[in-house]
Design a protein around this ligand. Structure first.
Ligand code: COA
Length: 258
């Protein structure tokens, strides 16, 4: 697929996805949603990808849903609006379920669905000047398809505050909420992202995928219900080629082969 709204490049095992509509602060419309979903499906099926970096071109990470598109959609039927919103929900679900780690790189605004995109990242590095917010109610809308992902990240109490006020907040607050993991001056964003990517490349690719999968599975279960699944996961890993190589490399005081 040729991309109109995205900039996609691969360096080694790292896939860089950059939202590329800076003139509207990378707001997403139906075209962006189609492209991101297609991209995410292909990355999910690609065993060579070890990490994704999600960024936005220009002065802002992402201004959320494209309000011109939303205005147009208001003239469509309920069914058309439902189909359209379901496409957006599928985009977020597909991103959330990517089997490889996703690192978000945030400068400027990440509002509405832009904050939603951060909630599906595994690691987020933000400029100290970044501004986040679930601003939808200020526009007469609601944070809807992003709600499960944002609530899973920030919890019910903060969701009740932030969904209902629509207030914007800074990177340091976002860090206390668990939406952001690193806060740096904007000039140091790329270096901070590269540091996280280096960490992700230091781990065994299969182990990292298995760990990400296990987190999602554990979050659906009580500790008792998860016990068998977790025991099976580590039993498989110990006996795996990667597990054996990692342990041998440590004992032989050398780097593992990955
Ligand atoms: N949808 C469509 N267009 C948008 C947009 C959105 N979500 N956000 C910004 N734009 C457009 C603006 O209309 C403007 O277009 P114009 O050049 O034709 O006037 C252009 O992007 C630049 O926006 P501007 O506000 O001038 O840039 P800024 O850098 O000063 O501020 C934001 C950027 C993102 C802080 C500001 O545009 C904003 O608050 N946007 C709304 C974000 C929001 O609440 N999203 C939730 C959507 S549910």
């Amino acid at each position: 697929m040729g991309f109109r709204y995205l900039d996609v490049r691969r360096e080694g095992g790292v896939e860089y996805l950059t939202l590329n509509r800076p003139e509207v602060r990378n707001a997403f419309n139906d075209g962006v949603i189609t492209e991101i979903t297609w991209w995410a499906d292909s990355v999910a099926a690609d065993a060579n990808v070890r990490a994704v970096v999600l960024a936005g071109a220009g002065p802002a990470f992402c201004a959320g849903a494209d309000l011109e598109w939303m205005r147009r959609m208001a003239g469509y039927s309920h069914q058309q609006n439902l189909d359209d919103a379901s496409d957006m929900a599928r985009m977020f679900l597909t991103l959330d379920r990517l089997p490889v780690p996703v690192v978000g790189r945030v400068q400027g605004a990440a509002l509405g669905g832009g904050t939603g995109l951060l909630a599906i990242c595994d690691i987020v590095v933000a400029a100290d000047t970044a501004v986040l917010g679930l601003t939808e109610v200020r526009l007469g809308l609601i944070p809807a398809v992003i709600a499960p992902f944002v609530i899973a990240k920030i919890g019910r109490s903060a969701a009740r505050e932030l969904f209902l006020t629509g207030a914007r907040f800074g990177a340091e607050r976002a860090k206390t909420l668990g939406l952001v993991h690193g806060v740096v001056p904007e000039a140091e964003l790329d270096q901070a992202v590269a540091g996280y990517v280096a960490d992700l490349l230091a781990g065994a690719p299969g182990a990292i995928r298995a760990a990400k999968h296990l987190i999602a599975e554990c979050c659906k279960r009580s500790a008792t219900e998860a016990a068998t699944l977790c025991a099976e996961a580590i039993a498989d890993r110990r006996a795996s080629a990667e597990g054996q190589e990692g342990i041998r490399a440590f004992l032989e005081k050398r780097s593992p082969t990955w």
